[in-house]
Each structure stands twice: as C-alpha cells, then as structure tokens.
Design a protein around this ligand. Structure first.
Ligand SMILES: *Cc1c(COP(=O)(O)O)cnc(C)c1O
Ligand SMILES: [Zn+2]
Length: 434
C-alpha cells in the first residue's frame, strides 16, 4: 500500500491521503501518523546501504536524517528536501556522569550538535519537505523555543516564509534570537498559547499556511532518525534503556514508532525500554502514568519549570506516548529543579554540556537507579536534546549561586564554579591556583 495517514485513535483508524493537509483526524480529532508497507525491505541490505551512504558527499546522504529515508518514504520527489546536514550527532561516554547517575557507564546521544542546536532539526527537515511538497509558501508555529528556531532556519533555507506566533510575556530570548536572525516574521499576540493556536488555525485556512506544530506527523517521521542513527552507530546493538526528557511528548512518540518499525523490518532483535523524565512542576504525563495511564488525562494549567523546553501543561501527543511507554515496558519519572540543575552541572563538568531540559535525563536516571528500576550494570543511552549555549543565563546564575526556582526559592549551586575576583598580583594568584 502507498504511504498514507492513519488516525491513531484505535476506535477510528480512518485513513487519509499522504498529501492531504491535515493536522488531526477530521472524523474524531485524533492524532495522525504516517504508515507504510515495509514488506519489501531487507535488513542486511539496508544496513549496508546506509553505511555506504556515510561515505557519499551528496547532501541527501550527508544528512543524518535522510540517509535513513527508506524508513520514512513519504516523499515521492526528494527534491523537496531541505537539508542543513542535520543529525550526525555523536554518542559520547561520560564516566563522571555515569557515576553520578548510579551506573557503571552511560552514553549520551547529543542532539545539541544539530544545525540550530536541538533535536527539533531532525523533525523539522521532514516537516519542511512536506510543506514544499504540498506547494505551501508559508509555514507557522506557536512557540518561543527550539521549534521556532528550527522552523525559521529550515523554512528560509527552503524558500518558505516562516511565521512565528508567541504568547505575550513568555519569551525565551536565546531561542527567539535565533528565529529573528534566520528571518522569521514574529508576531507577539496578547493571548495565551491555546487562544493563539486557535487563531493560527483560522489564519492557516485563510492564507494557505502550513502548520509545523508538534503534532505534525512529518516532524515525527524525521525524529525517528534519532533512534535509527543511534542503532546504526551502535552496530545495531540494542541498549537496555533509552532515556529522554518529555514535554509535548512528540519525541518519545517518534522513538517508539521508529523502534517498532525497526523491529518489524528485522533491523533490531528486541525493543529497548523507554524512560521519559519530566520536570516536577510540569509533569502531567508522570501523574497520568502513575496508574499505567488507565484514567483520564488531566492537563496542568500553570506548568512551572526553569527547563522551558519541557514547560508544557497540555502535551498534545500523550496518547501516542502512553502507547509507546506501554509497548516498551517503559517508565515515567520526574525530577525537581534542584535535581535538574545539579545533573546539568555534572554533564557540563564531563566536557559535554546541555540545556536544562536535557539534564532531566541524568537527574531521572539517578532516581531510577536508586529505586532499583534501572540496573547499575544496564546499557543506558540518554538523549541530550539541546545545546549548552541555548540558556547561558541559567548557567551563570547556577554557578554564582543566584539561580531561583519558579517559586522564587533559591537553588543550591552544589557544583558551583563562580569566577574568582583577584588582585593584579602574580604571587597572590599563584597562591590561589597552587
Ligand atoms: C522540544 C524539546 C524537548 C521536549 O520534547 P517533546 O517532544 O516536546 O517531548 C526537550 N528538550 C528540548 C531541548 C527540546 O527542544
Ligand atoms: Zn479518527
């Protein structure tokens, strides 16, 4: 069967054409996902093909996303692809972080090495390609974070106009600065996130704008490449755990789908367990999964965390995320602001560094090993979702003892490293260094 879109709601499962402009199922408002017939794919052939492509200088093969396109063949015409050579992110060992996390060893897959500094690029290259395939001239999202930075870059690189809508008084300057620099038209609207989303949907119909918000199924397809590339880099040896932060829960949805499809095609022989870590002040999915996800999903009206990339009270992809956690025998954990801040400093002190949301992984791992959920000897890959330079203000405050949680309570600089003020005196400085 040709690639198509299917409703994720198990009671609906209606299908739609792959080039229909849809964000939710028109019948039941459920989430949509792309599906394909992988019947003809042969695992050994694919593994060799993908390895050979790493030696190829063609832009499409240099992309750590499109190199693996056989697992997301939604485009008929690959000339629609916009690539900034996304993906290609390293696996990094970090003994100091492993010890802090209660593990013998840990591997970080650092998505902050992407062109705009976060994993959003893996997905955005997929979403931008679909926008071009549909003949759209403009793309839009509601975000002040990494999504807008990434969308702006991919849109202008592909000749599309990026439009960013931001709620009043809710601005993340480092990331917004990227979007401005890449040339996105930015509208600050005096309304909350949900009101703006409704507004943008009206505008989208009126003006032929393609929405690249988190539920866009083609962004999810691109994000599958994170786990595909990870397995390729590990010579297809499946880890025991993959740990990642959770906000809107698009990434865990993409990981689960990618892993299931790799298993179906025979690229891997089992599924790893997925662990999602949320910030305590923004943890509706954690609450929901306490009883296995059997109850009603209750969103949070006022999520609070300094890890702004996961400050999401109403995560749109929760039905997919629940399914993937259940399917992989996964778990959901949460970490306090203090735990995230300290874990972040430990990752920094490993010579690696990441933005606050990413550090929720190590904070969560430390708790999960202490609780005996993750074994000390387990093979664990943690996803660092964003670059250390995304949030320098947070870093300076932490190391100088000025960081406060959203409620105004001080965060201890457990691993603080403040600059030392010294006189212009070699003997005195030598003494201090000595
Ligand atoms: C978007 C983002 C997240 C959250 O990912 P979801 O798919 O929304 O769960 C985590 N960390 C960083 C750095 C992000 O940009
Ligand atoms: Zn439906």
């Amino acid at each position: 069967m040709h690639p198509h879109l299917v409703c994720f709601n198990p009671e609906c499962r209606k299908t739609y054409g792959i080039s229909e402009v849809l964000y939710n199922c028109p019948s039941c408002q459920g989430l949509l996902e792309a599906t394909y017939d992988f019947g003809a794919l042969d695992a050994p052939t694919l593994k060799k093909l993908w390895r050979d492509r790493r030696m190829d200088n063609a832009p499409l093969e240099q992309s750590g996303v499109w190199r693996y396109r056989e697992l997301f063949p939604f485009l008929e015409d690959l000339s629609h692809v916009v690539t900034l050579r996304e993906g290609n992110t390293p696996l990094l060992g970090a003994p100091r972080a492993a010890e802090y996390g209660g593990l013998d060893r840990i591997t970080f897959k650092h998505q902050g090495f992407n062109p705009t500094g976060s994993f959003k690029d893996n997905g955005m290259t997929g979403g931008a390609a679909q926008a071009r395939r549909l003949g759209m001239k403009r793309v839009a999202c509601v975000s002040t974070g990494n999504t807008s930075a990434s969308m702006a870059a991919y849109a202008v690189a592909g000749g599309l106009d990026p439009l960013i809508f931001i709620p009043n008084g809710n601005i993340s300057y480092g990331k917004l600065a990227q979007a401005l620099e890449y040339g996105a038209k930015t509208f600050q609207v005096d309304a909350n996130f949900d009101q703006i989303l409704a507004l943008v949907r009206v505008l989208a119909e009126k003006l032929g704008i393609y929405l690249l918000n988190s539920i866009n199924p083609f962004r999810i397809e691109g994000q599958k490449s994170i786990v595909i590339e990870m397995m390729d880099q590990r010579d297809w040896k499946v880890p025991d755990w993959i740990v990642l932060p959770g906000g809107n829960l698009g990434n865990v949805s993409a990981f689960g789908k990618g892993l299931r499809e790799m298993l179906a095609v025979g690229l891997i022989d089992r599924l790893p367990r997925l662990a999602v870590v949320q910030a305590e002040g923004s943890s509706p999915f954690y609450e929901f999964m306490l009883d296995g996800g059997a109850g009603d999903f209750v969103s949070q009206t006022h999520p609070e965390t300094l890890a702004t990339a996961i400050k999401i009270g109403d995560p749109v992809s929760w039905p997919k995320a629940r399914f993937e956690i259940q399917t992989t025998n996964g778990v959901v954990e949460r970490a306090t602001e203090q735990e995230i801040a300290d874990a972040k400093a430990v990752i920094g002190h490993s010579g690696i560094g990441c933005e606050p949301a990413s550090a929720a992984t190590l904070a969560g791992i430390r708790k999960l090993t202490a609780a005996g959920v993750i074994d000390k000897a387990a093979d664990v890959v943690a996803i660092l979702t964003g670059n250390v330079l995304k949030d320098p203000d947070y870093i300076y405050k932490y190391h100088t003892g000025q960081l406060k949680d959203p409620g105004g309570a001080p965060i201890r600089s457990t691993f603080g490293n403040a600059p030392v003020v010294v006189p212009n005196d070699a003997d005195r400085i030598a003494e201090l260094i000595g």
